[in-house]
Design a protein around this ligand. Structure first.
Ligand SMILES: [Cu+2]
Length: 187
């Protein structure tokens, strides 16, 4: 028990690492709390920048964590219902500027993709891919935190709010930490 408390204290004390700040990304709300439980919800509330491995680790030790409803690999378990008033509208061919805030570096890869939320699968090709991202051996290039993507025509799949998100995904095998943000949108 003591080691569990220490582990949790340590986990919440570590500053998280990255999030999309624009366009607005999914945030915590009551639906997320119901699906993911109190501890996971609290963690994400206090540390929106955190990695999904930490959320999964906390969740598996909690009785009110529903692994089916709260898939941390799908928008960190953040729910559409909590973000229904924050849905962007994009058109095919629209150039969408994206701003990322990174608090600490871990060498990895990153991409932005359109994800089908019903299946948690990428639709079509990645919109942008960074083979080396947030490397610990260099300063972060400006175009890794401020860049644009051109929206493909996903109007057939993404017409209804909640069907799709634009997902920013940064995966560091160096640290076994994965960060993500989801922007709800319709086309
Ligand atoms: Cu870290």
């Amino acid at each position: 028990m003591r080691s569990q408390i220490l582990a949790l204290t340590f986990a919440t004390a570590v500053v998280g690492h990255g999030i999309v700040t624009s366009p607005p990304a999914r945030v915590v709300g009551d639906a997320m709390k119901a699906a993911c439980g109190q501890q996971v919800s609290n963690n994400l509330q206090s540390n929106a920048y955190g990695d999904i491995q930490q959320l999964a680790q906390i969740g598996t030790s909690q009785k009110d964590f529903n692994a089916t409803l709260c898939d941390v690999t799908m928008c960190k378990g953040l729910q559409f219902e909590d973000n229904a008033n924050n849905v962007q509208h994009f058109t095919a061919g629209q150039v969408v500027p994206i701003t990322v805030d990174i608090q600490a570096k871990h060498t990895g890869t990153a991409n932005v993709s359109v994800v089908d939320t019903a299946t948690n699968t990428v639709i079509g090709n990645q919109l942008v891919y960074f083979p080396v991202y947030a490397s610990t051996s260099t300063e972060i290039p400006a175009n890794q935190t401020s860049f644009s993507v051109t929206m493909p025509d996903v109007s057939a799949q993404c017409g209804a709010a909640g069907a799709c998100v634009m997902q920013w995904w940064w995966d560091s095998r160096q640290s076994d930490q994965t960060y993500m943000s989801c922007v709800d949108f319709t086309m």
